[in-house]
Design a protein. Structure first.
Length: 95
């Protein structure tokens, strides 16, 4: 039987991993296709360089604060079709 879950597993099976690097050097990994979906900048970079597999949150080398690991992980879950629970622990998603 064909299902969304089955299609999802086929879709992600051979997709390489992508790494987001936060201001405190924590890393959050996801499938490249999800990174492309989350960010048009990353998707555009992949069009010109298929080996692009890492994005650091910084402007002119200075880290961007305010993006937390939990918020990014929640965003990746949503982009992957998973559900998340909203709470006070992830306030950025509630704004």
């Amino acid at each position: 039987m064909l299902s969304a879950k089955g299609i999802q597993s086929l879709f992600y099976r051979n997709t390489p991993e992508f790494t987001f690097v936060l201001h405190n050097h924590e890393e959050v990994k996801c499938k490249t296709i999800i990174a492309d979906f989350i960010s048009p900048i990353i998707a555009s970079q992949h069009q010109s360089d298929i080996t692009f597999d890492r994005f650091e949150f910084s402007i002119d080398g200075d880290p961007i604060e305010g993006i937390t690991k939990i918020n990014l992980e929640q965003l990746i879950k949503l982009a992957s079709g998973e559900s998340i629970e909203l709470s006070k622990e992830n306030p950025i998603l509630l704004q």
